[in-house]
Write a protein that binds this ligand. Structure first.
Ligand SMILES: [Zn+2]
Length: 389
């Protein structure tokens, strides 16, 4: 990923950090501040509050590619290095990092006047912090137990700053891992591991937004995230306890558009699945059959309006047919994740491993039988073999 917001205080972030090289092609771009103001105003007129996310300290590889002095090693690297889980992150032991962040965030607050601010906090590999004398000194000086605790401390400083600006903080559920993060921070539950710490935090009365990857991620195809998966979902931590209603702020269906370029593709992924999310959010007495008949008519209406919605019959796979489709469609997803691997044998291995892990998490959520699960794995294997692996 690259930097998507224009900074007038740090223009180098856009000149360098907003663009990456992909096979000799310059890929990227960013929203100007004027464009962001237009989007925020358009949403506001429709009573929609846009919550910005600046992911910290993970997913900051493109900040440190622009300003290597803010990383632990100080060594330069390419923008877009290791797209996804990138070990190059901001140094938590360097005070200059905090000065930079406070200045940058103050600039971002001017664009987004709403009360909430998302600080990410997910996918922050700690390998650089483990080797960095400054990070290790900070752990010692602040009496922290390890690098995980250092992330909580880093997050704590951001929360303090954000609260001083009147903002309520939201972070992905990994911010809870240390058990020491401020109880005021809202957790957005996406990754279905770490139920042990999420459970404990729920007991403390923490508030949650639910956007579980295997129930709501709209960048995944319909056989994996279908209408019934979204509609029937009740907010709970997987393998854990239900969360008291007053601690559930709502449900969100993320659509990560890094590789979704065309508007028609966005529409196909969003509609009609967004209808299932909306009705789940506001309805107490749910009736899936009744909902699907109404959603079918509404999808027809959307198509008549020129919106490229997915036909309703392709949004609700289940049983043996659903399992077979899930096995095939998971390969489309993992193909994207493993593109950077050039070695054919390793890539085949990665496709199978990642495919199995992801497929199982979707199958578990959707309540498929043993036979259906076996069929899903079989159809995944066939699809991988068809690709020549
Ligand atoms: Zn460091």
């Amino acid at each position: 990923m690259t930097i998507r917001i224009e900074s007038l205080k740090f223009p180098e972030l856009n000149r360098i950090g907003s663009w990456r090289d992909e096979g000799g092609q310059k890929v990227g771009g960013y929203y100007t501040q004027e464009e962001i103001r237009q989007v925020v105003a358009y949403a506001s007129e429709r009573f929609i509050n846009i919550v910005p996310e600046i992911d910290l300290p993970g997913h900051t590889g493109d900040i440190v590619a622009t300003m290597p002095e803010l990383s632990c090693s100080g060594e330069p690297h390419m923008v877009g290095f290791g797209t996804g889980l990138n070990p190059r992150i901001l140094c938590a032991g360097n005070e200059k990092v905090y000065d930079f962040l406070y200045e940058l965030l103050d600039e971002v607050f001017q664009l987004f006047p709403g009360p909430y601010f998302h600080i990410g906090g997910d996918e922050a590999p700690k390998s650089e912090w483990e080797k960095c004398p400054r990070c290790q000194k900070k752990i010692k000086d602040a009496n922290l137990k390890d690098e995980e605790d250092l992330q909580a401390w880093f997050t704590g400083r951001l929360i303090e700053f954000l609260e001083s600006r009147g903002k309520t903080v939201i972070g992905w559920n990994e911010i809870l891992a240390s058990g020491t993060v401020s109880p005021k921070a809202i957790a957005q539950y996406w990754i279905e591991s770490g139920s042990e710490y999420s459970d404990k935090e729920a007991d403390k009365g923490r508030k949650f937004v639910f956007s579980n990857m295997s129930a709501f991620y709209l960048d995944y195809p319909c056989a994996l995230i279908g209408m019934r998966s979204i509609y029937n979902y009740n907010p709970y931590i997987i393998d854990g306890k239900p969360i008291p209603k007053e601690q559930v702020l709502g449900l969100e269906a993320p659509l990560w558009t890094e590789r979704v370029i065309e508007n028609s593709h966005v529409e196909r992924l969003v509609f009609p699945r967004l209808l299932a999310l909306a009705e789940n959010n506001w309805t107490v007495e749910k009736d899936f059959t009744d909902f699907m008949s109404r959603a079918g008519s509404y999808t027809e209406y959307l198509l008549e309006q020129g919106i490229t919605a997915t036909p309703i019959t392709e949004c609700d796979y289940h049983g043996m047919e659903g399992a077979r489709m899930a096995g095939t469609q998971i390969v489309e997803v993992v193909t994207g994740f493993t593109q950077a691997q050039k070695d054919k044998e390793l890539r085949g291995k990665a496709l199978r491993q990642l495919g199995c892990i992801l497929l199982d998490s979707f199958l578990k959520r959707s309540g498929y039988s043993q036979d259906e699960q076996a069929l899903a794995h079989e159809s995944m294997e066939t699809a991988i073999q068809d690709m020549g692996f």
